[in-house]
Design a protein around this ligand. Structure first.
Ligand code: PLP
Length: 357
C-alpha cells in the first residue's frame, strides 16, 4: 500500500503510477522544436476528444482563470449565468466582480439547468453571453448540452455560449462543433486524471473574432495572446512542462482505450455506483434526469456516520468524499472518472461495504 491514500474524492482524482512516472521526464525548453512537436500532438489529441476543429489552448493555471478568459473575451452587453450549484455560483460571482452586467438564473441544487427558464431571460435581449457548468461537481448534476444547444441554435444564434466542463471533459462525450459551444473549459485534475494546476479550452472562430473588438483585456487573459503562440505550437508563457508530458501519455491511453469505450466505461461505473447506493437503502441526491457519469452524489438517508466511515476508509488506504460544503455528512460523492476503472471502483466499494458492516 502506498504511503498516500488512494483518492476517491471528485478532484483532484487518482493519478496512476504510469502517469506519475511520466511527470518526472527531464525538462525541455519551451521555445524548442521538441516542445512544438509535443504541443502539436496534444492539441490534435484534445481536438479529437472534443470532436472539434476549433483552436485548443493549453494554459498553466487553474480552470477558475478560464472562467475569466471566457467572459473577458466575449461579454459586451451582459452575461447570463445558469446557477445550479457551488461552481456555477462562483463563476457568476467572478463575472459580477469583473464588473459585467450579470444575472443568474437559479435552479435547485441537484437539478440540471432548464432551458425554458433560460429562454425567458435571454428573450429580454439584455445578454450577449450565456454561461453554464455542464457537470456540477458539488451536486453530481449533469445538464443536457443538447437541449441548450437546440435553444441557442433555434432562437439565439448570436449568443456566445461558454461551458465549464471541468468534471466532465474527457469523461463524457461532448461534441463541441455539433453542439456549437464557443468556449469549453476544463482543468486537468478530474476526468483527465492528471495533477491540478493546468487547464484546457477550445475556442470558436466567432469568439476569437469578437474578442478582437473588445478592449482592455490585459495580456495574460487575452485569447489573442494565446492565438499568436498557438500558431507556432507554443504557449505564451513558460508552461508546466510535466503536465504536457502527462497529457501526451493520457491521450495515448485514451487512444488505446478508444473514445467510445471510454464514454461507456464512465457510464457503466456511474450505473454501478447508483445501484450500489440504492441497494444499501440510500437515495440519490441528484435528480434522475441529471445524473452525472463522472461522479455520483448519494443522499445519506440511512444516516451513516460519514466521519467514522471516512476514518476507517483512510485506515484502509482510501480517501473518501464527505460531501460538498453545506452537504457534508448529509450527502457524499463517489467519483468514477479518469484513472478509476471498474475494478478500482469495485475494490473501493467492497472495502466500503466491509467498513459499514
Ligand atoms: N468548475 C467545476 C465544475 C469544478 O468542479 C471546479 C473544481 O472543483 C472548478 C470549476 C474549479 O477548478 P480549478 O480548481 O481548476 O480552478
Amino acid at each position: 500500500m502506498s504511503d498516500f491514500p488512494k483518492l476517491f474524492i471528485p478532484g483532484p482524482t487518482h493519478v496512476s503510477e504510469d502517469i506519475l512516472s511520466i511527470l518526472s521526464t527531464p525538462q525541455i525548453g519551451h521555445r524548442t522544436p521538441e516542445i512544438s512537436e509535443l504541443i502539436e500532438y496534444i492539441i490534435n489529441g484534445v481536438k479529437n476528444v472534443l470532436y472539434t476543429e476549433n483552436d485548443v489552448y493549453l494554459v498553466s493555471h487553474a480552470a477558475t482563470g478560464l472562467w475569466e478568459v471566457g467572459t473577458k473575451n466575449s461579454v459586451k452587453k451582459g452575461v447570463l449565468h445558469a446557477v445550479n450549484g457551488a461552481f456555477s455560483s462562483k463563476w457568476a460571482l467572478s463575472s459580477q466582480l469583473s464588473g459585467f452586467n450579470t444575472e443568474s438564473v437559479e435552479f435547485e441544487w441537484g437539478s440540471g439547468v432548464d432551458v425554458d427558464k433560460i429562454d425567458k431571460i435571454l428573450n429580454s435581449g439584455k445578454y450577449d453571453v450565456f454561461a453554464m457548468v455542464h457537470n456540477e461537481t458539488s451536486t453530481g448534476a449533469m445538464s443536457s448540452l443538447e437541449t441548450v444547444s437546440s435553444l441557442l441554435k433555434s432562437k439565439y444564434p448570436d449568443i456566445i455560449w461558454l461551458v465549464d466542463a471541468v468534471s466532465s471533459m474527457a469523461g463524457v462525450k461532448i461534441e463541441v462543433d455539433k453542439l456549437g459551444i464557443d468556449f469549453l473549459l476544463s482543468s486537468t485534475q478530474k476526468a483527465w486524471g492528471l495533477p491540478a494546476g493546468f487547464s484546457i479550452c477550445s475556442v470558436s472562430d466567432r469568439m476569437l473574432n469578437l474578442s478582437k473588438t473588445i478592449e482592455n483585456k490585459g495580456y495574460f487573459f487575452d485569447l489573442h495572446t494565446y492565438k499568436k503562440y498557438f500558431l507556432k505550437n507554443q504557449t505564451p508563457t513558460t508552461p508546466s512542462i510535466p503536465h504536457l508530458f502527462g497529457l501526451k501519455k493520457m491521450l495515448e491511453k485514451i487512444e488505446l482505450e478508444g473514445l467510445d469505450n471510454r464514454w461507456k466505461r464512465h457510464k457503466n461505473m456511474a450505473e454501478f455506483t447508483r445501484n450500489w447506493a440504492l441497494s444499501h437503502g440510500q437515495t440519490l441526491f441528484t435528480d434522475t434526469n441529471a445524473l452525472s457519469y463522472t461522479l455520483t452524489c448519494i443522499k445519506n438517508v440511512k444516516n451513516w456516520n460519514i466521519d467514522k466511515i471516512y476514518e476507517k476508509l483512510l485506515d484502509r488506504g482510501f480517501r473518501m468524499d464527505r460531501g460538498y460544503g453545506k452537504f457534508k455528512g448529509k450527502a457524499f460523492r463517489v467519483p468514477h472518472m479518469g484513472n478509476i476503472y471498474m475494478q478500482d471502483l469495485e475494490q473501493y466499494l467492497d472495502v466500503f461495504n466491509e467498513v459499514i458492516e
